[in-house]
Design a protein around this ligand. Sequence first.
Ligand code: PAF
Length: 275
Amino acid sequence: MRAAAASAGRGSALALVPTMGALHAGHLALVAAARRAAPVVAASIFVNPRQFGPHEDLASYPRDEEGDLAKLREAGCDLVWMPSVEVMYPPGSVTAVEVAGPPAEGWEGTHRPGHFRGVATVCAKLFLQTGAAVALFGEKDWQQLQVVRRMVRDLDLPVRIEPVPTVREADGLALSSRNRFLTAEERARAPRLAAELHRAAAALADRRPAAPVLSAAVEALTGAGFSVDYFALVEAESLRPIEALGDEPARLVAAARLGRVRLLDNIAVPPRSGG
Ligand code: PAF
């Protein structure tokens, strides 16, 4: 990969789009942002076993190698890095990168123990393998984005992390590779998560107290058949929970299960001083 990047780039900066494949328009927005960020664009496709828990969906995670390569070619991606599990984690590999505090604590960190250790480890390896100067991450996985930023800062990795806004369906549902597992009936209900985030953000911007706003959202989602893991108001960067909007950037983050699919979403909440 390093040799290919060096010959494709001839000294130019490389932008990396790390993915687990099963690509959709959200990933292609990352590729488009990568093309604006650097002259050479690489995408990685690697379903990282270390970020899945023992009872999670590693075996059934969607895979579509041929479709992915066609989409990446069409989107103008120059290089695709698709290491096998043995290349990424050769026998005897025991080293991991752990973000041992906020923003990795709570939320996904609680519901998916070990998940961010797997994400941080594979991202550090992908940055080193590709020599990327820039890496693009979707805001859809907000906590992941903050974890990767924290790791890059803490380890002085020479890569700039660039966030890309969430791409949504016309009805508001955030794109995700796992959405394909929603039944038609669940798919029709799924946009309710984004709708409740928007409703809560508007109420908070209206200076309503956070606790009742958040519990009303959980109640509405539960009533609509979601099983809610969390629906929280947090500091945007540290993911620490907050009780009321202040001057610091804040975010509403949520995860809820609908049938067999766990949906994740988040939106910015305007700080109070910003009106
Ligand atoms: O967001 C993802 O698809 C994955 O967590 C990532 C960043 C590619 C690491 O495996």
